[in-house]
Design a protein around this ligand. Structure first.
Ligand code: AMP
Ligand code: GLY
Length: 443
């Protein structure tokens, strides 16, 4: 069969790579893809933009594509699944109506409360004075979120009243975010540790994917501006088996059931950004209607089951008969970015040191890369590469991942040097704990 992956990031490279490994797949197209997908065996780039929905439908029809997977939220929010279905084509992902979980924070919050799913307390405002009054009444720290998509820049975690009032001013008065900022959600500040919880949903049931965590801040020690993610790892020990069961029961189950009840059946990948608070309970910070990037890269590296079979089963409403098998090893991904990201950066630098032959336990997924006229691979975006390695533990995956990172160069390359530190620290504490127990047993 033929598969089409929509998008051009490292998540889409990982999706195309995983799809190409399926025994039932002869060819994977990626629209538009990048230099990494262009080099991938059984994978072919096509010159169609990820948000050109009519051209995507035409391509899938003309080239007899059996299954399309939309990587990013953009095409999903433009209704790519509805357009494919109207043309009698299969596209894996939520419909336009179901994608509203990510498209509108106000919709998402109202949905969560209506279905008794744990989330931070909040109010929605269009009037700046009312928003200011509420913020003064609640006090800082407090969080201000613009309603619509804002390329990761719409959330202000305000430690002071001034910061929160400034966020209201930018969105509701200065209209910095345009229509996306016509409404804002003001919500309670939650303290804890974040986890990314991703599932595959078939409209009624959900299959959890391996746990993961990402690092959203640009610089070491969670400092600097917020980004799409500078690295990730799987599994995340924070999400223990018992906590996973609880998240499935209290958050994912009611979400899938609630969407079905509201006439917005949810089929596709669903990503819940969760805050695990001190008492151990999980609250929803946000939903994304796609896989996380970079979380997808380590998670798909660990997936031993056939991705295409899982997507087929979800589209057919047969997920209850599925289990997903995972590599027991951990996987860690380090994002190599263009210096200056998430702000302005320079493009066109030649990337050297990419491995000619990859070891089975390492993989470089590409994001903002292209071939220049001389056949060199150059940087073309903010996030450029996701360098992944498997290892027995997160600590043991970190070593080969950074070895590979250090062998790759271009002018103005930037990456964090501490990806996975929380997990490594947890592993170290557990190891010490085990040693202490063994000492006790010997005594
Ligand atoms: P969101 O896009 O809603 O996930 O927000 C982006 C980031 O802001 C999250 O990954 C958190 O780090 C932070 N954040 C969002 N909501 C809250 C909250 N209620 N309390 C504390 N931090 C938050
Ligand atoms: N890494 C977070 C996201 O994909 O939104």
């Amino acid at each position: 069969m033929k598969v089409l992956v929509i998008g051009s990031g490292a998540r889409e490279h990982a999706l195309a790579w995983a799809a190409a490994r399926s025994a039932s797949v002869d060819l994977v197209y990626v629209a538009p893809g990048n230099a990494g997908t262009r080099q991938e065996p059984k994978v072919q780039n096509v010159a169609v933009g990820a948000e050109d929905v009519p051209a995507l439908v035409d391509f899938a029809r003309q080239y007899e594509v059996d299954l399309t997977i939309a990587g990013p939220e953009g095409p999903l929010l433009m209704g790519v699944v509805d357009a494919f279905n109207a043309a009698g084509l299969r596209c894996f992902g939520p419909s336009r109506g179901a994608a509203e979980l990510e498209g509108s924070k106000a919709f998402c919050k109202d949905f969560l409360v209506r279905h008794c799913i744990p989330t931070a307390e909040y109010r929605v405002f269009t009037d700046p004075d009312a928003a200011r009054d509420y913020i003064r009444e609640r006090g800082a720290p407090i969080v201000v979120k613009v309603d619509g998509l804002a390329a990761g820049k719409g959330v202000t975690v305000a430690m002071s009243l001034d910061e929160a009032l400034q966020a209201v001013q930018s969105a509701l008065v200065d209209k910095v975010f345009g229509a996306a900022g016509e409404r804002v959600v003001v919500e309670e500040y939650l303290q804890g540790e974040e986890a990314s919880f991703m599932v595959l949903a078939d409209g009624e049931k959900a299959l959890p994917l391996a746990s993961s965590q990402d690092h959203k801040a640009r610089d070491d020690g969670e400092r600097g501006p917020n980004t799409g993610g500078m690295g990730a790892y799987s599994p995340a020990a924070l999400v223990s088996a018992s906590r996973q069961r609880r998240i499935m029961k209290e958050i994912i189950g009611p979400t899938i059931a609630g969407m079905a009840k509201d006439g917005r059946r949810y089929v596709g990948f669903l990503y819940a950004g969760l805050m695990i608070t001190a008492d151990g309970s999980a609250k929803v910070l946000e939903f994304n209607v796609r896989l996380g990037d970079p979380e997808a890269q380590p998670v798909l590296m660990r997936l031993k089951s056939d991705l295409i079979q899982l997507c087929d089963a979800a589209l057919a409403g047969r997920l209850d008969r599925c289990v997903a098998d995972w590599d027991e090893r951990a996987c860690l991904a380090v994002v190599m970015a263009s210096g200056g990201y998430p702000g302005t950066f320079s493009k066109g630098h030649v990337i050297t040191g990419l491995p000619a032959v990859e070891q089975a336990s390492c993989k470089v997924f590409h994001a903002g890369t292209a071939f220049d006229e001389q056949g060199n691979i150059i940087n073309t975006g903010g996030r450029v590469l996701s360098v992944c390695a498997l290892g027995e533990t997160v600590a043991l995956a970190q070593v080969p991942a950074y070895e590979l990172v250090r062998s790759i160069h271009w002018d103005d390359v930037y990456y964090r040097s501490d990806i996975g530190y929380r997990a490594v620290e947890r592993e170290r504490r557990r190891g010490l704990h085990r040693e202490m127990n063994q000492d006790d047993a010997q005594r």
